[in-house]
Design a protein around this ligand. Structure first.
Ligand code: 3PY
Ligand code: MG
Length: 256
C-alpha cells in the first residue's frame, strides 16, 4: 500500500468524489491501463471474478505502478488479511447484513488496538520485513474497510451497522438489493432507488461516506448528484463489450 496515494485518495473522497471500475481481469496490464487513463481506484473482484490470490498480487503491483488505488473485493472473511498482506489499499466485503458482520470485517482488517488481524511482517505490504515494524503496523491500519449493504436485512439493521467503528465507506450493491426486494436486476426500479436513497440520506446525517455501483452514465449522474462519493462505474469486461458493440455499429454505418 502506497501511503501518499492512499492519503490523496482519502482527501479526494472527503472533498468530492472518486470513480473507478470493478475489474475481473487476471492480466495486470488492464489494471495498469485503468490507472494511466486516470481512474481513481479499481475494485479487483474476487467475489465474481476468476482470479487467484497469486494473480491478484500482480494486479496490485500494476495498480501501484500507474497510481490507481487497488481495492480488493473479497469473497470471504479469511481472504481479508491475505489481500492486505499482498498490498491491497483496501478491502470491500460483500453481503454484510448486521453489526456483527461489520465488526468481523474490521477485526480481520485491522491490527491492535482496532482489530485482531493475523500478524506477519514478512509480507509484501511490509516490504517483506524491510519496512520498519514501528512504521508498518500503524500504516497497515490505514487500509480502507468498505462494506457492502445489499439486502433488506442490512437496511433493517442500518442503525446498528452505522455505529460500528472502523468502517470507511458503506457501499450499496444495487444488483443484490434489487433481488432482495423482489425485482432482480432492476437497479433503477422505484423500490430499489427508494431504499438506496434512504441509506444515502441516513449515512449523510451521520457523516459516513457512501458508495455504489453504476453501469450507465444516467445512474452515475443520479448517484453523483445525490452525493454518493465512491462511485464505481461498470466492470472491465462490460466496458470492453460495450466498446466492441459500438465499433461494430459504427463499422456497419461506414459500410452502409
Ligand atoms: C451489487 O450490485 O450487488 C454489487 O455487488 C455491485 O456490483
Ligand atoms: Mg452484490
Amino acid at each position: 500500500m502506497n501511503k501518499e496515494l492512499l492519503e490523496a485518495f482519502r482527501r479526494k473522497l472527503q472533498e468530492g468524489c472518486v470513480a473507478g471500475p470493478f475489474m475481473k481481469t487476471c492480466d495486470p496490464g488492464f489494471v495498469e491501463a485503468a490507472g494511466y487513463a486516470g481512474m481513481d481506484f479499481a475494485i479487483l473482484d474476487m467475489e465474481h471474478g476468476p482470479i487467484s490470490v497469486q494473480q491478484m498480487q500482480n494486479n496490485i503491483r500494476a495498480a501501484q505502478v500507474s497510481g490507481i488505488v487497488p481495492i480488493v473485493r473479497v469473497s470471504n472473511y479469511e481472504n481479508i488479511s491475505k489481500v492486505l498482506d499482498i498490498g491491497a489499499a483496501g478491502v470491500q466485503i460483500p453481503q454484510v447484513s448486521d453489526a456483527a458482520e461489520a465488526k468481523r470485517a474490521v477485526r480481520e482488517a485491522k491490527y491492535f488496538p482496532e482489530g485482531e488481524r493475523g500478524v506477519c511482517r514478512f509480507v509484501r505490504a511490509a516490504h517483506y520485513s524491510a519496512m520498519d515494524r514501528t512504521e508498518y503496523f500503524p500504516s497497515a491500519n490505514q487500509a480502507l474497510v468498505i462494506i457492502q449493504l445489499e439486502g433488506q436485512e442490512a437496511i433493517e439493521n442500518l442503525d446498528e451497522i452505522m455505529e460500528v467503528k472502523g468502517i470507511d465507506i458503506l457501499f450499496i450493491g444495487p444488483y443484490d438489493l434489487s433481488q432482495s426486494l423482489g425485482v432482480p436486476g432492476q437497479t433503477t426500479h422505484p423500490l430499489v432507488v427508494e431504499q438506496m436513497q434512504k441509506i444515502v440520506a441516513r449515512a449523510k446525517e451521520k457523516g459516513i461516506l457512501v458508495g455504489t455501483f453504476t453501469d450507465s452514465m444516467e445512474t452515475l449522474k443520479m448517484w453523483s448528484d445525490a452525493g454518493v462519493q465512491y462511485l464505481s462505474y461498470s466492470v472491465d469486461m462490460g466496458i470492453f463489450c460495450e466498446a466492441c458493440k459500438r465499433i461494430k455499429t459504427e463499422l456497419g454505418q461506414i459500410r452502409a
